[in-house]
Ligand binder design. Structure first.
Ligand SMILES: [Zn+2]
Length: 153
């Protein structure tokens, strides 16, 4: 086990040693960044790229296999063209992608526990229902909104 800090969700979690997480921060061209990750880890390109849209404000990709480890990466946009996104919008995207990571790596329980200990039972229930219904985007959406409320923004 090793510790991982998620800066959007303000969450510290223990991760299995075969899981690694990287926040690559703000990128101008998310598609180019994503192609770079696929090239580096020789992962099948079309599975992640076919869902990619130029309107995406953030991306979570993984697991990418490397030396027996499962690697996950996130990146997000701070600008659309020359238009700067608000701090709240960027934070929401970042926490959204972090939530995708927790979901896809089997670690959603840490976010649910954090919600419960902060008294946010509603978000916890929303995620549980979305999880049972297989609604990945709804799960990530609740995580993104939770990060804003947690910081009282
Ligand atoms: Zn998403």
């Amino acid at each position: 086990m090793h510790k991982q800090h998620l800066d959007g969700l303000l969450l510290d979690i223990p991760l299995e040693d075969n899981i690694e997480y990287y926040d690559h921060g703000a990128k101008t061209n998310l598609k180019q960044w994503l192609i770079g990750i696929y090239d580096q880890y020789k992962t099948q390109k079309n599975d992640g790229l076919k869902h990619f849209s130029m309107f995406n404000s953030g991306v979570m990709t993984g697991p990418h296999k490397n030396n027996g480890k499962n690697l996950y990466f996130i990146a997000y946009k701070e600008k659309f063209g020359s238009k700067k996104r608000s701090a709240v919008a960027v934070l929401k995207t970042r926490a959204h992608e972090e939530t995708h990571f927790l979901d896809h790596s089997g670690n959603l329980k840490y976010l649910l526990n954090d919600m419960l200990s902060n008294g946010d039972i509603q978000s916890c229930v929303k995620i549980c229902i979305a999880y049972m219904c297989g609604q990945d985007e709804q799960i990530a959406h609740v995580g993104g909104s939770y990060a804003i409320r947690k910081r009282k923004m």
